[in-house]
Design a protein around this ligand. Structure first.
Ligand SMILES: Nc1ncnc2c1ncn2[C@@H]1O[C@H](COP(=O)(O)OP(=O)(O)OP(=O)(O)O)[C@@H](O)[C@H]1O
Length: 437
């Protein structure tokens, strides 16, 4: 315990770094990406380093002359101690050889100061009993997580120039900010599943929402090889795993649920088990009343730090969350859908959220759902970037010509067209494929 409570600093290392920068024009290129301005503990050090960084970002040479001229031109030279201070820094430094090592020493103290600041904020929140405990935990966890992982706040204000640089890089690489669904007609309508989008998949009960979500999860896990996280407030972990197993083995899901396997299915079972075991699919079956946005964020943070960038998040299903006896359900659901959109942005991932549709569609002649059909809809349709509504004619008419066909109705598409496409669907094993094939 530090009795005098002085914040941890390493002034000598800070001086050595600044001296190195003034001495050797190459030095700034080594430290610019490692050290933020705030890593320096003294404001004069921060100001000198900031001048060096600004010159560096404008592709200007960085040395004693250019830094002192810049500071003088901006009426800051006297504030940092004048040319005497710069000369002192220079005189104390023999070479810039160890500058990367010194940077780590300075960074270590900076991280400790940030940890202490976060600790103070967490203590204050702990005392503030007006704030819900869950919010306090979420805040505390995200503060510490930011320190141990990225170390930089992603959501700061940035000049448009920086965004343009990112966009140019993406265009140059031709990398798509979205994932194919594996269904050609659906992809032609929606493009694919876009990162940061909230994708609402809505339908009447038993229409095949969970199967559709399983299909997307499985497809992204296989094709993108990125972690897919399935929050199943509806089905247990075992039931959901058996659905995935049915998809991989072709064994009827109903029989898998009842643990009935035929002898000639053993090979498929073994193959399916080993294929499925390889996939980066994570299942969380926290009961609906305990599955809060804070819990979802906390789980995603853990998975992301363990397995890397996420490929897809699924929630089955939104109206199940929260206190179902509570008065204004629309308001509650609106709160959840807003939080889901924030999570999609925060984790840079498409977030597929399943939703039930109002019984109202049953009284319509064509029975096909529309945007207004969402049950307890709250702000779901506003928060969603993409709204996919599922419809199967055989659900209502056993003699339909469209046996085995699912219609995917795109009711809202922030990034493109709306419309309907058909896909083939086998609910016994959760198989989806193109209608035209
Ligand atoms: N083994 C099976 N054989 C035939 N049909 C099946 C089988 N298993 C499930 N189904 C059908 O799949 C549909 C259920 O799919 P799914 O659970 O994905 O629907 P859902 O829209 O998520 O429903 P809910 O909202 O009730 O959870 C039902 O129509 C059911 O009859």
């Amino acid at each position: 315990m530090n009795d005098n409570h002085l914040p941890p600093t390493n002034i000598e290392a800070e001086e050595a770094i600044l001296g190195g920068i003034l001495l050797d024009p190459k030095a700034i290129t080594i430290v610019a990406d490692i050290l933020p301005v705030e890593a320096f503990s003294i404001s004069t050090h921060q100001q000198i380093y900031k001048a060096a960084l600004l010159l560096h970002h404008k592709d200007k040479q960085v040395d004693l002359m250019t830094v002192s001229t810049w500071l003088s031109d901006h009426k800051l030279l006297e504030k940092v101690g004048g040319t005497t201070k710069l000369a002192q820094l220079l005189n104390r430094t023999v070479s810039a050889v160890n500058i990367d090592r010194y940077s780590l020493l300075v960074l270590d103290k900076y991280q400790r100061r940030r940890l202490i600041a976060a600790g103070h904020e967490i203590v204050d929140l702990g005392y503030d009993t007006a704030i819900e405990l869950e919010t306090v935990f979420d805040f505390a966890e995200s503060k510490l997580f930011a320190l141990t992982t990225d170390k930089k706040d992603k959501f700061t204000t940035e000049p448009i120039n920086d965004c343009l640089a990112d966009i140019f890089n993406e265009l140059e690489q031709g990398s798509l900010p979205l994932f194919s669904t594996g269904l050609t007609d659906l992809d032609s309508l929606i493009g694919g599943l876009t990162k940061q989008d909230l994708i609402i998949v809505a339908a009447r009960p038993s229409m095949g929402k969970s199967w559709f979500a399983c299909y997307l999860a499985n497809h992204i896990a296989i094709k993108e090889k990125k972690p897919v996280v399935f929050f199943s407030a509806e089905m247990s972990r075992k039931q959901l795993t058996k659905r995935f197993l049915a998809m991989h083995t072709g064994i009827d899901s109903q029989r898998l649920m009842n643990n009935v396997i035929y002898e000639d299915e053993m090979d498929s079972l073994v193959n399916g088990l080993s294929n499925l075991a390889e996939l980066p699919i994570e299942i969380n079956d926290t009961p609906a009343e305990q599955l809060t946005p804070a819990k979802i964020r906390s789980e995603l943070r853990k998975i992301q730090s363990k397995r890397g960038e996420l490929g897809l998040v699924v929630l089955d299903y939104i109206q199940k969350l929260g206190d179902r006896a509570a008065g204004n359900r629309a308001q509650v659901i609106g709160k959840y859908s807003g939080a889901c959109k924030d999570i999609a942005k925060q984790f840079n991932v498409p977030f597929v959220v399943l939703a039930q549709i109002n019984r109202g569609v049953e009284s319509q002649s064509n029975k096909r759902p529309a945007m207004a059909s969402l049950k307890d809809s709250g702000d779901i349709e506003q928060d969603g970037d993409l709204l996919l509504m599922l419809y199967r004619d055989e659900y209502y008419k056993s003699d339909t010509e469209d046996n085995g066909v699912m219609e995917v109705i795109v009711g809202k598409n922030r990034n493109g067209a709306t419309g309907t496409c058909k896909v083939l669907f086998d609910p016994s094993v959760g198989a989806f494929c193109d209608y035209t094939s």
